[in-house]
Design a protein around this ligand. Structure first.
Ligand code: UDP
Ligand code: MG
Length: 324
């Protein structure tokens, strides 16, 4: 029987420094999996070039020319990690029986792939890679990242704790994912919504092999806001609650002011000023949160394409010499 076809999807943005090493290690991994008969020889490593400004795409094209094991997808411009990953997965679902997504920087332990494939062969449709610890991340990265997961869950976007986008998905799960039409992508929140049988594989997270993080704090914050506002309306509820609370307080204040008035006291203007600022701030904040949702609706209504593919480098399955 022919083995299952695995596509490893790797989004790349300005990764010329790590790409050769990543390609080498992933190539070895895939070959050993093909050798052991766990996966078929049509399996590929699919690099998605997310509009890199450096030589990333040239390197991918070079790899593909040398070895049909490597495939490439070139996006028309930079669309961000989530969209690039989605583009790769959507392509993979046409060719592969299963796909594994991972970052280009070798932070995710590629040895976890074996266990993921085993779980797939046991019948799982989705296998989440979960970090054991974050010892290798800087304190700041670890602190902000863990706060991120807690914040997400607090605001009602259910995610798998310490799971990034290192995961295996079967073709059936990918077809499910394709039916989610939203433009604002937050894959970690979406994938659990697909359902099917799923499992977890634990791994150690390493330091970035080379180059620097493409997720500075600013991007991470906007990622968190995106995640929360895409999956829950809890912030809006909290505003409603806050409004109710402030209104209740204002009734008490009214009583207090009336009493003070009849007592003939001259009220200090500082208290007025304080409440003025507090209320102004709260209102602006509330309008901002509501605006965040309206902005989302605006983007969704336009339903712009999430990505455009400029070029595909992938051998047709029948171009492979022999079947295992
Ligand atoms: N990435 C991408 N497009 C972007 C930013 C990042 O495709 O606009 C890719 C990047 O090449 C890497 C992955 O997304 O493979 C995760 O990025 P990074 O390692 O910089 O994030 P971190 O691990 O620091 O959170
Ligand atoms: Mg990284």
């Amino acid at each position: 029987m022919r083995g299952k076809t695995l596509y490893v999807v790797v989004p790349c943005y300005n990764e010329e420094e790590v790409l050769p090493e990543t390609a080498k290690r992933l190539g070895e991994k895939l070959r050993s999996l093909i050798g052991s008969g766990k996966i078929g020889n049509q399996s590929r490593i699919l690099f998605v070039n997310d509009g890199s400004k450096d030589r990333t795409w040239e390197l991918i094209a070079e790899l593909h020319k040398q070895d049909g094991l490597y495939a490439g997808l070139n996006l028309s411009r930079n669309k961000g990690h989530q969209n690039a990953l989605f583009a790769g997965l959507m392509y993979a679902k046409e060719r592969a029986d299963l796909a594994i997504s991972m970052d280009a920087d070798l932070q995710d332990d590629i040895d976890a792939v074996d266990e993921m494939v085993d779980k797939y062969l046991e019948g799982c449709d989705i296998v989440y890679g979960v970090r054991n610890s974050r010892q290798t991340d800087s304190f700041f990265k670890r602190f902000t990242a863990e706060a991120f997961y807690r914040l997400m869950n607090f605001f009602g976007a259910q995610t798998v704790f310490n799971h990034a986008d290192y995961r295996l998905m079967s073709r059936r799960a990918l077809q499910g994912l394709a039916q989610f039409k939203e433009v604002n992508l937050f894959l970690r929140g979406l994938v659990p919504l697909i359902g099917y049988r799923s499992d977890v594989v634990y791994y150690e997270r390493h330091k970035r092999f080379a180059g620097e993080s493409k997720y500075p704090l600013k991007k991470m914050l906007s990622f968190a806001v995106d995640g929360i506002t895409s999956f829950s309306i809890k912030p809006i509820r909290m505003i409603t609650f806050l409004g109710f609370l402030v209104f209740a307080t204002s009734l008490v204040m009214l009583l207090y002011v009336l009493i003070s008035f009849f007592r003939g006291a001259v009220p200090g203007w500082s208290s007025i000023l304080v409440s003025l600022w507090a209320l102004g701030g709260l209102m602006l904040l509330s309008i901002g949160v509501v605006g965040e949702y309206i902005g989302k609706i605006y983007m969704e209504v336009k339903a712009r394409p999430k990505y455009l593919v400029e070029q595909i480098l992938d051998q047709k399955p029948d171009q492979d010499q022999t079947d295992a």
